[in-house]
Design a protein around this ligand. Sequence first.
Ligand SMILES: Cc1cc2nc3c(=O)[nH]c(=O)nc-3n(C[C@H](O)[C@H](O)[C@H](O)COP(=O)(O)O)c2cc1C
Length: 196
Amino acid sequence: MDSGRHKARRSLHGIMKAIVTREETVDVGEAIRMKRAVRKFSPRKLQEEVVQHILEAGRRAQSSKNTQPWHFLAIQDPEILGSLSELGSYAGHLSGAALGVAILTPDPAQRWSIMFDAGQAAAYMQLAAWERGVASCLATIYEVEAARELLGYPPELHLHAAISFGYPAEPSALTARPKAGGRRSIAEIVSYERWG
Ligand SMILES: Cc1cc2nc3c(=O)[nH]c(=O)nc-3n(C[C@H](O)[C@H](O)[C@H](O)COP(=O)(O)O)c2cc1C
């Protein structure tokens, strides 16, 4: 084979490998390091493909005994988001989000793993969103009966956490260096082999 054709085949091979391994896309460690809670969003809507990318990440999350104890209620109606934003003391950021995902679960009093699992689905969705330049923030819902009335879910499901998603009002939020002291140090939070 002449060297031009050989080179072309090699670069095609490189592209195929990149597609198969997705090596050109996300660096999970970097996404974890950079992701911040963002509470102010631009009015830009999310494309349906991005919404599905986020929900798919929640669907794929691990859970205790693979029970998948969740139902994700995806809300894009600004009026419903506005009403939901009033049902938690610090849930105001849901108003103005392009998408809110209410994480419905069985009663968390049934077993400790329910909210653990919900938390993992939340984190997966938030990281998948960040990968697409979409920021997010958790919101604790305190007025749970008002939330049930607003959203109409059945008695066996409960709502304690929702997530707002949207493109950040300040795009620099996506690239800002993590603040010094923003997280406790490894020395403070990790022991090796035995306590202390
Ligand atoms: C379980 C849980 C509940 C939270 N509830 C709220 C909330 O009600 N309102 C809010 O604005 N942020 C809420 N947050 C977001 C945290 O305040 C945020 O993740 C934390 O301060 C770290 O922010 P940073 O990643 O920007 O440093 C919640 C986070 C978690 C994990």
